[in-house]
Design a protein around this ligand. Structure first.
Ligand code: NDP
Length: 326
């Protein structure tokens, strides 16, 4: 089916849905292409205790469901599919899904970021059966168990410290002998008696696929090449995140780590805005994603209004037009 839109939003996490709420309330009748993991990273989280407005916390999936309902209430249209290709070479921009061809005057990209994995076959087979990429989500299941955390950045050491609330022993496996993590985070983990370290080492395999659950990790020391096996109940992969920007490579300016380069929320292509983790390597929070989603919707609205006033797709009258959007 061919669909024509003033505004299309890619992604249905906190950034995309906030953009949809603002754009729908501005009568832009936005279309959200949800992606097949609708709701984004919060749907694989349990309690969210730092999103303002929920003094007793809220479950991640529930928060996303509420945001979805709020966007729907004001007339957002949703397509439950992935964008397969995007052509940003001219306006209207063209987006293809498995069954639709969408032409859109403006585009907000909120495709987020995904946890990086080691790439071992056993890792994917045992995901959810002792292998996890989210200590906040799954730590609770490892009460009095022995777990491993892979990585040497802030996420790994923060997760290692967090996991000591549940696990009896937490061992960090890092491929170097110095940490990428901030000094304070490293010190906090190092001074925790439950946290142990295996340095200059990588995970060679996770056992036991045949039993369908994690029973041990096989580790190779990169300096001595020695391989050792350690009993384990769980392993948390915390080696960073990868922005979901494959569709835009060669079409938008990206940072050296593959995130979309933005000024505010404007990308290198006029009419294309980016919000949330796909353009944010630093804060990566639900609330910052929501904030930039709001900014992107306002920018799209102002551009559309300016161009309508000008009667064409020329330069907007004011790049910083302010409007009351309450
Ligand atoms: P980082 O990219 O900072 O760290 C990733 C870690 O994983 C590095 O130690 C890296 O090793 C290791 N690694 C990467 N790939 C592999 C691999 N294939 N096998 C083994 N090890 C691997 O990611 P983080 O998620 O830790 O942090 C991202 C950003 O978020 C940072 O800016 C961080 O400061 C910030 N952050 C801040 C927090 C806070 O302040 N509370 C909490 C969490 C994150 P190597 O060092 O050798 O490259």
């Amino acid at each position: 089916m061919i669909i024509n839109k003033k505004l299309t939003i890619l992604g249905s996490g906190s950034a995309g849905l906030t953009a949809a709420i603002y754009a729908a309330r501005a009568n832009l009748e936005p279309l959200v292409i949800q992606g097949l993991q609708a709701g984004g990273q919060l749907t694989i989280t349990s309690d969210v205790e730092n999103f303002p407005g929920f003094p007793n916390g809220i479950l991640g999936p529930e928060l996303m469901e509420e945001m979805h309902k709020q966007a729907e209430r004001f007339g957002t249209q949703f397509i439950y599919d992935n964008a397969e290709s995007v052509d940003l070479s001219q306006r209207p921009f063209k987006i293809k899904t498995s069954s639709d061809e969408i032409y859109t005057d403006t585009l907000i990209i909120g495709t987020g970021a995904s946890a990086k994995l080691l790439g071992l076959p056993s890792e994917s087979k045992l995901m959810g059966h002792g292998v996890s990429a989210c200590a906040t989500c799954d730590g609770f299941f490892f009460r009095d168990k022995e777990v491993f955390v892979v990585g040497g950045g802030d996420t790994a050491l923060e997760e290692a410290t967090f996991l000591t609330r549940f696990a009896s022993k937490v061992t960090v496996i890092h491929r170097r002998d110095s940490f990428r993590a901030s000094a304070i985070m490293a010190k906090r983990a190092q001074s925790n008696p439950k946290v142990h370290f295996i340095l200059d080492s990588v995970v060679e395999d996770i056992l036991d696929v045949e039993q369908g659950q994690v029973t041990a990790v096989r580790i190779r020391n990169l300096k001595t090449n020695e391989v050792s096996e350690h009993a384990a109940d769980g392993i948390f992969i915390a080696i960073g995140h990868k922005p979901n920007t494959e569709l835009f490579a060669g079409q938008l300016e990206l940072t050296e780590n593959g995130y979309i380069k933005t000024h505010g929320v404007k990308t290198s292509v006029k009419g294309v805005f980016a919000a949330g983790d796909v353009q944010d390597e630093l804060y990566r929070q639900a609330i910052t994603a929501a904030g930039t989603g709001c900014m992107a919707a306002l920018e799209a609205q102002w551009l559309i209004e300016n161009e309508a006033e000008e009667g064409g797709k020329g330069e907007g009258k004011s790049e910083a037009k302010h409007a009351c959007t309450h």
